[in-house]
Design a protein around this ligand. Structure first.
Ligand SMILES: [Zn+2]
Length: 298
């Protein structure tokens, strides 16, 4: 195993780690038009992508997440870039690696492919797995230390992504779901409970599991969700990356309410509930990560 991956695994067992915050909302602040393909900026605006990574390193992040959330051929296709999977993901990993050096680990980010499987949709699971494998390979070859499969709603899709990551040679795989509140507790959009979502990805070999994004969940909800995740994680480390609240749209701008101070206040409670990796999702900024770093024991 690559020594940096081995160090990541041993560090995960030893102390809590700090991930970074949002990429998409940061790129929008740097001029990315809403709805535009942020992943193309790895090729067209690398200085701006690097700037976001640099801000998160300065904030104290241990883990940098590549700008490749929508980097499968399925999502890139909708932006006319379906044939550029390899160069876009390779560049995404290289940019984060350049900035991280040996100061942080690079998580190659893999989001949902954006469709549904038969019979709800038209996607063939075998094709989707090939798409994840293509993305995973390019991220690892570009310098990602581990892969982060995130914002998953369908455990079957998450399993395909974990299997593809493993097949591509990833030495460490993170897999996280977007949970919401349901009548019966926390559940994915597809209605799976925390335990039902985690069990198959653990069986597929995910090393770190947890939650990110998640609509309408407060930090207080995230503390409760963390306890459920830990109970279902079979002893493997749990990662939680909450949004900075729900997006509000006004005058063409998106804003998020939850402050860096509120994130900092939540850190000890998330750790007490058993989280081993904390960070932020939509709407979180370098200021959120700076505030979390100040209270994270190292
Ligand atoms: Zn998010």
């Amino acid at each position: 195993m690559n020594p940096r991956v081995a160090l990541l695994r041993s560090t995960l067992a030893r102390r809590p780690l700090l991930a970074d915050g949002a990429m998409g909302t940061q790129l929008q602040q740097l001029g990315l038009a809403p709805g535009a393909c942020g992943e193309l900026w790895n090729l067209e605006q690398p200085i701006r992508v690097r700037q976001v990574h640099r801000n998160y390193i300065a904030a104290g992040a241990d883990l940098l997440t590549t700008n490749s959330f929508g980097g499968t051929s399925y999502v890139l296709f909708t932006h006319g870039a379906g044939a550029r999977v390899r160069e876009i993901n390779f560049a995404a990993a290289q940019l984060a690696r350049d900035v991280a050096g040996d100061r942080a680990w690079v998580l190659g980010d893999m989001g949902p492919f954006g469709g549904m499987f038969e019979p709800y949709g038209e996607a063939d699971p075998a094709d989707v797995k090939i798409a994840f494998r293509q993305q995973a390979s390019a991220l690892l070859e570009g310098g990602a230390d581990a892969l982060l499969i995130e914002t998953m709603s369908d455990p079957a899709e998450a399993v395909l992504a974990v299997e593809a990551a493993r097949a591509a040679g990833a030495g460490c795989v993170f897999a996280t779901f977007a949970f919401q509140k349901s009548a019966t507790g926390f559940a994915t959009m597809m209605g799976d409970s925390v335990a039902a979502a985690l069990a198959p990805v653990l069986a597929a070999g995910a090393d770190v599991v947890g939650a990110n994004c998640g609509t309408e969940l407060s930090l207080e909800d995230y503390v409760k969700l963390t306890a459920e995740l830990v109970a279902a994680a079979a002893g493997r480390p749990v990662i939680v990356q909450p949004n900075a609240g729900s997006p509000r749209f006004a005058n063409g701008n998106i804003s998020y309410d939850v402050t860096p101070e509120q994130f900092a206040a939540a850190v000890p409670r998330l750790l007490a509930a058993g989280a081993r990796v904390v960070g932020g999702c939509c709407g979180t900024t370098p200021a959120h990560i700076t505030a979390m770093a100040a209270v994270l024991p190292r």
